[in-house]
Design a protein around this ligand. Sequence first.
Ligand code: NAP
Ligand code: MG
Length: 402
Amino acid sequence: MAKIKMTTPLVEMDGDEMTRILWQEIKELLISPFVELNTEYYDLGLPYRDQTDDKVTVEAAEAIKKYGVGVKCATITPNAARVEEYNLKQMWKSPNGTIRAILDGTVFRAPVTVKGVEPLVPTWTQPIVIARHAYGDIYKCTETQVEAGSKAELVITAPDGSQKVLPVHSYNSDGIVMGMHNVDSSIESFARSCFNYALDTGMSIMFGAKDTISKVYDHRFKDVFNEVYEKDYKAKFEQAGISYDYYLIDDAVQRVMKSKGGFIWACKNYDGDVMSDMVASAFGSLAMMSSVLVSPDGNYEYEAAHGTVTRHYYKYLKGEETSTNPIATIFAWTGALAKRGELDGNQDLVDFAKRLEKASLDTIESGVMTGDLYLVSTLENKKKVSSKDFLLEIQNRLKTAQ
Ligand code: NAP
Ligand code: MG
């Protein structure tokens, strides 16, 4: 079989620890034998980020802007212990944060569902994709403790210097206060990313906020979503046969619980932070959660939702064989290859990505799986294998499927 060619490069961002090992093996066993891989490679592994003063992360993000599609391996976000472990020049920022700031994107987390790993909510027969607005609110707030007898006020100074003073609270006892903000441009980008992703995937979308209580702040979110939808997306949604609905957040939650799945749930920053963990754990395993960053101007970055699986890596370094689940990383690659193929009109590449996804899921459904799934799978004939054997099994299926 001739290998599939790629006309435009894919931005490839390597990473750290166990996922860096899986990264190489996935490329070597599942992609390179079938595709003439054309990537622009950026090493986001911590040693090289340190060596380049983290410039490599910025260059990778710029490359995604240039080519439109990237695939990223999980990376270490350094803390004090990592600074010591890797002898770092400084505690570099989270690469994901840096890339997100440059692309101005929204992260969509989608569970990979498979027979034998049943969601904890029995009605959820299809994935629920969570979109989290990753800007502002309590994540960029100013807060302080307040002494009894104090008065807290909100002061807004207009460009002309005039001031508006709004009372917050007069304190009879000790307490706390917080000021937080958001901006229309960020909410609008968020809305656009959500609507684009819905059109891309053919899934309907719902958004929830607390506009009845927060009549200005949360209501602004609702209004911006509605304005963007009415103006630029309504017609496209009707044509695609999908819908956009706004619900009060409480109502959204009860609808999600009773749903069959198969839709996108757009969340404000805090709701998305909390609900994505609930949805991920209810779908079985973090190792089965893929993630894509979509920018409002149509750039895509695919990755696994989990981290570098440090505990497994330390075992690997001792020479032990690990049974780390590569599915989310495989799906990062297939997502990116399919998107590259779609943008380039390269149907062979799109088809290959789908074949690789199917071979991966068929392998698990045949009973061959990594340790994390072995623990939760309800299949009777299940067998736990090492990461390498799991990848080889997928490769076998891919070869026979050709
Ligand atoms: P983690 O790498 O997601 O792993 C936490 C635990 O979850 C693992 O010890 C393992 O449990 C299980 N797990 C996660 N992925 C798995 C997989 N593919 N197969 C099997 N089990 C899996 O989170 P962490 O240990 O908190 O963080 C490690 C490093 O990753 C940190 O340096 C952090 O900065 C980084 N991180 C990066 C990203 C990113 O790049 N997007 C995201 C999160 C964290 P058992 O040990 O019980 O088997
Ligand atoms: Mg969270």
